[in-house]
Design a protein. Structure first.
Length: 113
C-alpha cells in the first residue's frame, strides 16, 4: 500500500469523528462481536463479492480489519471496482491503541486482541 491508499488509525478516528467517510469493518462476525467501533459497518471480507452492491460509491470507505492485512487486500479490490477506499493501517488494534472507541456485543468487555 502507498500513502494515498493507507491512513493511520489517528487519521481514521478524526475522519470518522468528522463524519467524513464510512468505516467499513471487514472482519468476521465473531471478531466484530468481541469489539468494534460503534461507527463501523460490518461487511466481512468473505462476503465482499456477494454484497459489494450494498456499499456507497459517493463517499470514502475507510477499510479496517484486525491488524490491517485483510483490509489492505479489500482496499485494493475496492479501488479496482472504482470505489474511493483507503486502508486503516494497523487495523482495530491500532484504532484502539490510538484511543478509538470500541464496543462489544454481549456482556463481555470490548477487546480487539
Amino acid at each position: 500500500m502507498n500513502a494515498s491508499t493507507e491512513l493511520s488509525a489517528r487519521e481514521a478516528i478524526a475522519l470518522v469523528g468528522a463524519g467524513d467517510g464510512m468505516l467499513l469493518d471487514v472482519r468476521e462476525q465473531h471478531e466484530w462481536d468481541r469489539g468494534h467501533s460503534p461507527f463501523a459497518t460490518l461487511l466481512p471480507m468473505t462476503q465482499l463479492q456477494a454484497r459489494i452492491g450494498e456499499l456507497p460509491n459517493d463517499r470514502r470507505l475507510l477499510v479496517v480489519c484486525h491488524s490491517g492485512q485483510r483490509s489492505a487486500r479489500v482496499t485494493e479490490a475496492l479501488l479496482g471496482e472504482g470505489f474511493d477506499a483507503v486502508n486503516v493501517a494497523g487495523g482495530m488494534v491500532a484504532w484502539h491503541a490510538a484511543g478509538g472507541t470500541i464496543v462489544a456485543d454481549g456482556v463481555l468487555a470490548p477487546r480487539v486482541d
